[in-house]
Every structure is written in C-alpha cells, then in structure tokens.
Design a protein around this ligand. Structure first.
Ligand SMILES: *[C@@H]1O[C@H](CO)[C@@H](O)[C@H](O)[C@H]1NC(C)=O
Ligand SMILES: *[C@@H]1O[C@H](CO)[C@@H](O)[C@H](O)[C@H]1NC(C)=O
Length: 528
C-alpha cells in the first residue's frame, strides 16, 4: 500500500512538474481604493520632508569596509561623513534617543520604553556597502556613488543592500517622534559598519556590549527576505504568480573544507599509466561530486515556506503536494523534485558543496606533482553540521580513500541558524505590518523562507533566543535581484517611502505591550 501511494504521489508530481508553466499574473490596480489613497498621501508627505534626497546623499558616501584593515575600516572619511550627515539630518532622533558609537563607526540607538519589564526589540541594518567596480562590463547608468535621483529611482550602491534601511529606520523613528509616539518596549537600532566583511567589528561588538549589560531581546529585525513582485519561479516554471513577501526565519551555515590528494610524482616524461597521478585522482573526485550531489532534505523552514505558498498555487496537483510537504510519503519525493528544479531552488533542499579552488601542486613544467587539493565551500541546511559534510566528502572520495585526507578549514565557519517560528505573536506582528503597508491591490502572500546567504543578525541570535526575522520592505522584480552587488543598484522612490511606512508600523506594533498590540485598529489609527 505504501508503495502504490508512493507511485500516485510521484505521478501527481510529474503531472504538476510538466504543467508548471503559466502566464504572468495580471496585477490589478484599483485607484479608488481608500487605503491606496491614504498611503499615497503619506508618501507625498515624506517626499515633501525630503526623505528621497536624504537617501540619495547617504548613498554618495563610499562606505567600503576592508577585511584586512584594523577595525575593518581602510578609509574612515566616508564613514565619518555619513555619521555627520545622519546627525545633521535627524536632529530629533539624536536629541531624544541615546546614541553610542561602538568600534568607532557602528552606532547603537536606544529609545527607552516606558515599561522596563519588557525586553527590547532590535531593528538592525548596516552602513557599509560592497565596492562598485567600474570599467568594461560595469556600466552604471549613473555613477554608483553619485547619489542620483532620476526617472523615479534613487540610484547607487546601497540603494537595495542595505544602507537604504538605515535611512528608512531613522525616517520612521523621526516620524514616530514627531507624532508624539512613546514606546512601551525599548527600541534599539543597531547599524553596523562591516557586515559585508563578516560584521565581527560592528554587529559582533554591539552584541557583546548588549550581552555585557545583560540585555535580552524580544525580537530582532534584520535584512534578508523581500517582496517578490513576480512571485516565485524557477528557470522554466512558475510556482506562484502573485506577489510574495518572504520573511527569512533561518539562514544557512557555512563551512570550507579541503580535500588533500596524494599521487605518484616523478618525471613528466613518464606519467603513470594506472590512474595514480594527482590530476587523475582529483578528476575522479570531481566527477564523483558532480554525479552524486548531497542527498536532499526537505525540512523547516522550507516546509513552512511551501505550505504558506500552497494556497496561491493554481495547479491542484502541485498545490496538494505543497500542502502535504510534511507528509512522510510526499516529503522525500517533493524534496527530490525541488532538488531538480534549478540552481535557485536546489539550495533550499540541499546542503550544497561548491568546488571553489583546484590546485595540482605543479612546481615545474617537467615535474609531476605529488600532492594537490580541492577546496569546497559548503552551505549547510538547518539541522546539518560538520559531520554531515564529512560523511558526504568521505562518500565521494571513497574510491581514493587511501590517498585522500579531509580537512575542515578553520576560517569563517558558521553553523546554520536556529529556525524562528512562522506562527505565533512575533510572526503575526511582522505579517500584519507587511500586509498593512506593502500589499499591492491584487494581494500579497506572506511566507517564511530560508536565507541562503549570511546576515549580521547571527551575532544577536543568542540574545534573542533565536527570535530573528529577516525582511527588507522592498518590492523586487526578477531583474532587481541582479542589481544587488551588481550594476545599476537602485530603488524606486515610491518603494523607499513605503518601506518607511513599514518600519513605522512594525516598530510601533513591536514596541507596544501585548494588550495594546491586540487593539489593532487603534494602532492603525495612530499610524494614519
Ligand atoms: C585594505 O586595507 C589594507 C591594510 O590596511 C590595505 O593594504 C589595502 O590597500 C586596503 N584595500 C583597499 C581596497 O583599500
Ligand atoms: C559600456 O560603455 C562603453 C563606453 O561607454 C561601451 O563601449 C560598452 O559597449 C558598454 N558596455 C556595455 C556592456 O554596455
């Protein structure tokens, strides 16, 4: 019986997979909608107050972190200019909130809540950006540090990742202060200066400072998920057509490993004929890694992600599969399917091991090397650790076991994060703020998901008991994703302003105590 069920599920899966092609979803605009008009008024007001220009100016400072410089700051001038600019631009925030410089160029704001019994909420971002190479192949429409506003967009490095949320959070706090809002729960804003090179000097130091003061956090809000306006799709199929807001409830871990390979050396005029050269052994290991990827595993938060998307999936067979992602028969089959759905989807169901460096150890043009190595960068699913990677690497090197040794490299390894709840009060607050401020007229699906990169939030995770949610209030099209760390990074002025509205709402919801949180409509009225 188990077997025939399995076959039915497989058949359903194949049908669903074959049908996974759909026209882009129509996106209904309803200009009569009162809520849309209200939002428009708020956006107009922010424009009048100059928020767009402030972001543009903030983007003009080339705040590049440098991993090999002391404190991760090679050139301090742009950081100092940004700090001076923020202090000039948000006088009310600097006057009313406690602000502390940490490791010189990170900044921690404390907006004291009226109820000291409540654990603080921490909103975070980072002020550093990645470099913006110029020259052949890197043609920016407007130079990356020019702070240009044109065609309805604010252009520049940091417009998406993620200086933009520094400005949005400060604008939101300034707006709340102007309207006389008083938080019950303390609000902390923590802006690091070195996230792009690991965050150890910025977020790491701020987290240590909070820990030394015995601070426990109720909730951490960091970058990570976004609103995908084109829904969720792979290279040749669409899973969900309508816009989806993804909230990162977990992030993958990272480990680097080296496979050292020994072989028969000697004069290159007499290479071994039995496959015992370093090059032959390395190539067999690489072929095995290519043919046998790591086994798939469909677990939280990816199962929660699929179940949250399911109602928006049009194809009934596929919808059924996603709804039953935790079912013991569906789960492994669905995992396998997703593992074959292209390089964007595959990392959700696999700990991946990408080969990043191959070295055959040659020392001269006529000498066969006696050793070589393969370096592998692995991204770990929640629930997987070093022993999983080690077992996998042992499996793919089994035939060469006598000539191979495995080494976990000491630098920069980070375990996969805790998985935050995708139900319950914290989840609901964020979902509510998203739906109230970012929802397009055609509706928005909100789903948890797994962040494949790393964020600074990991530094605070233990202070917050893992209650970490990763979301930037920005609407992305498929093309925008390539602009992150790429060319022509930009944000629509309207999206930037909407994001201010999101932070106003989430900071208000999260800093009210439980009783006032439940009085939703009152809170909503206060925002308007
Ligand atoms: C980074 O800092 C190191 C050490 O201070 C310096 O040698 C290097 O030139 C800097 N790199 C850049 C891109 O500025
Ligand atoms: C970039 O600009 C240069 C000179 O303006 C031009 O020759 C080149 O074709 C452009 N490259 C791309 C990829 O647009």
């Amino acid at each position: 019986m188990g077997r025939s069920l399995h076959i039915i599920v497989l058949a359903l899966a194949v049908v669903a997979y074959g049908l996974l092609k759909a026209a882009p979803g129509a996106f209904r605009q309803d200009p009569e909608d009162a809520a849309v008009q209200q939002l428009q008024l708020e956006l107009d007001a922010e424009v009048e107050r100059g928020a767009v220009g402030r972001l543009a100016t903030a983007l003009s400072f080339a705040t590049l972190a440098n991993s090999s410089a002391p404190n991760h700051i090679g050139n301090p001038a742009p950081f100092q200019q940004l700090h001076d600019f923020l202090e000039r631009s948000f006088p009310l925030v600097y006057e009313r909130l406690k602000h502390e410089r940490v490791s010189e160029y990170s900044i921690l704001f404390t907006w004291q809540g009226s109820n000291p019994e409540l654990r603080p909420v921490l909103a975070m971002s980072h002020m550093d950006v990645v470099p913006a190479p110029e020259g052949p192949g890197y043609n920016w429409t407007h130079p990356p540090f020019s702070g240009t506003v044109a065609d309805g967009y604010i252009w520049g490095r940091g417009a998406l990742d993620v200086k933009v949320t520094v400005l949005q959070q400060l604008e939101a706090v300034a707006a709340l202060l102007r309207q006389g809002y008083a938080p019950q729960r303390t609000i902390l804003l923590a802006f690091g200066h070195d996230e792009e090179v690991g965050g150890g000097s910025g977020a790491g130091a701020m987290a240590a400072l909070l820990a030394s003061r015995g601070v426990e956090l109720e909730l951490v809000l960091d970058e990570g998920g976004i609103v995908l306006m084109d829904g969720v799709s792979g290279p040749n199929f669409k899973l969900v057509e309508r816009p989806v807001a993804l909230i990162g409830t977990a992030e993958k871990g990272i480990e680097d490993w080296e496979i050292r390979v020994a072989g028969v050396g000697g004069h290159s005029s007499m290479p071994p004929t039995d496959g015992s050269s370093v090059a032959a052994r390395i190539s067999r290991v690489l072929a095995a890694m290519d043919a046998y990827p790591t086994p798939t595993k469909l677990g939280a938060p990816v199962t929660d992600w699929l179940q949250a998307l399911a109602p928006a999936v049009k194809l009934a067979p596929l919808r059924m599969l996603l709804q039953n992602a935790n079912n013991w028969i569906v789960n492994p089959v669905l995992g396998q399917l997703l593992g074959q759905a292209g390089k964007e989807i595959n990392p959700f169901v696999r700990t991946t091991c990408g080969v990043v460096q191959i070295e055959a150890g040659g020392i001269a043009h006529n000498v066969l090397p006696r050793s070589g190595s393969i370096k592998v960068n692995c991204r770990l699913l929640p629930g997987h650790d070093s022993s999983f990677v080690q077992e996998y690497l042992e499996m793919v090197t089994r035939k060469e076991a006598a000539h191979v040794t495995l080494h976990k490299l000491p630098l920069g390894s980070v375990p996969a994060s805790h998985v935050a709840a995708s139900s319950g009060p914290h989840w609901q607050l964020i979902k509510q703020a998203i739906l109230e401020t970012l929802q397009p007229p055609g509706g928005l699906q909100v789903a948890p998901y797994l962040v494949s990169g790393m964020t600074d939030s990991r530094h605070y995770s233990s202070l917050a008991g893992g209650r970490v949610y990763r979301f930037c209030p920005h609407r992305y099209t498929r093309a925008d994703i390539g602009r992150v760390h790429g060319v022509d990074e930009r944000i629509a002025a309207e999206d930037f302003l909407r994001g201010i509205g999101y932070y106003r709402r989430i900071l208000q919801l999260a800093s009210a105590d439980e009783s006032s949180t439940e009085a939703g409509p009152e809170g909503a009225a206060a925002t308007a």
